[in-house]
Write a protein that binds this ligand. Sequence first.
Ligand SMILES: [Zn+2]
Length: 124
Amino acid sequence: MLPAPIGVVLPHGRDVLLPAGRYLYAGSARGPGGMRARLARHQRADKTPHWHIDLLTMAGTMAGAWIFPGGDECAIVAGLGHLPVPLPGFGSSDCRRCVSHLLAWPDGIGIDLPDGGLASKWLP
Ligand SMILES: [Zn+2]
């Protein structure tokens, strides 16, 4: 949840505002410490921003996460194609498949996460 708009610099140096609202971000955790370290980072407000998503998690609150062991964030984004893309390029600088890895999740719009036999859970 983002309580107030934040400024974001997108690829190619475009400076834009991300409006307040509820968002859903699809990311991977291939770095050191894996999923546990990545989720802990997303939940911390005090950090040096490295990725676009850091700007959102520093200014807003993370309500939870669905975990797909071995999952593919691009496939998850594709499966949620009915959700609006707030900022093309956000979180997908190094992705050639997706317009963005950040989706807006307006009230009243349901989501049907791809399962594909993968375990998933919501962490409050
Ligand atoms: Zn992607």
